[in-house]
Write a protein that binds this ligand. Structure first.
Ligand code: 5RP
Length: 294
């Protein structure tokens, strides 16, 4: 039994040293609860304040996308290099070994595919997300899509409500229809709407002109999607420009898993995102890895 005499010795107990009260490293997150912050700190590296997320949720709207036909062969070997993985619950249970201990940005909305009209979505059960130990809930939001904007904003709102109850942050994924122009004006509006509706992180696309206006006017961290496969040099330049202009990382899929050397690409993108490496040096790292020089 501990004896009660030493409850307050007064010696070495920190008297005279004010208790530290640290801020939090991610914008828009200072007032969140402990569980939310812990989950966000698993996704974003607290040292760099950034993240390299690996996205392989494409199949839920696109079917067996090139590079994702056999995720046990193409994706599982990449997981160890990612800061966070983004996928559906189907893929998690069917393919992803539960031994990696990587935070999961779980695809929380589900709906129509490329064969019909995309974005007519519903959301999953929060208990399912909790069972799967999700660190973030990813929900599609189609700003400017006359048919589906309302339903996707309702999904975002419900996700933020329930995610807040469970201490799980929400990632609002800006779905940009083909008819919409991916310029700074649109992307800034869409990102801001998603953040104002409570998303803790926003995923959007990079744009060549004025991307800084998008990150500047978004009160929560932005991660960029990679989009269609580009030559490696261009993809690395895009990642570099995005983080230099305020993005807190990438949530990349095709530009990683459709690359000739997916691991080389992961390593190169990580160097850019976490160490501010220049694109030409990162490309060299990629080529060295691809050519077996590592
Ligand atoms: C689609 C998504 C994908 O995860 C996203 O587009 C990232 O992949 P890519 O870098 O291939 O664009 O949110 O639902």
């Amino acid at each position: 039994m501990p004896d009660g005499d030493n409850v307050q010795s007064g010696k070495g107990a920190g008297i005279g040293t004010p208790q530290k009260s640290d801020g939090y490293f991610l914008k828009g997150a200072s007032n969140l609860d402990w569980g939310m912050k812990d989950r966000l700190s698993r996704i974003f590296n607290p040292k760099s304040g950034r993240t390299v997320m690996l996205a392989f949720d494409h199949g839920y709207i696109m079917g067996p996308t090139t590079g994702l036909e056999r995720m046990d062969l193409s994706i599982v070997p990449l997981i160890e290099y990612a800061d966070c993985i983004m996928c559906t619950r189907g893929t998690l249970r069917q393919v992803v070994p539960p031994t990696f201990n990587k935070p999961v940005s779980l695809r929380f909305s589900a709906g129509t595919t490329i064969l019909t009209s995309l974005n007519d979505e519903c959301i999953m059960d929060i208990q399912e997300a909790s069972r799967l130990n999700a660190s973030m809930l990813a929900v599609m939001v189609a700003i400017g899509d006359a048919e589906h904007e309302a339903v996707t904003i309702r999904n975002l709102t419900k996700t933020v409500d329930i995610g807040t109850q469970y201490g799980i942050p929400t990632l609002g994924v800006n779905a940009v229809g083909k008819e919409l122009k991916r310029d700074a004006r649109y992307l800034a509006l869409a990102a801001r709407v998603v953040a104002e509706n409570g998303a803790n992180v926003v995923k959007t696309y990079y744009c060549d002109d004025d991307f800084e206006q998008v990150t500047n006017a978004c009160p929560v961290p932005i991660v960029i999607a990679g989009g269609k496969k580009l030559p490696e040099k261009e993809a690395l330049e895009m990642a570099y420009k995005a983080v230099s202009q305020g993005a807190r990382g990438v949530d990349m899929g095709r530009n990683i898993f459709q690359s000739d050397s997916p691991v080389g690409m992961m390593l190169a993108v990580k160097e850019i995102v976490h160490n501010n490496e220049k694109p030409d040096k990162a490309l060299q790292l990629y080529n060295d890895y691809k050519n077996g020089k590592h």
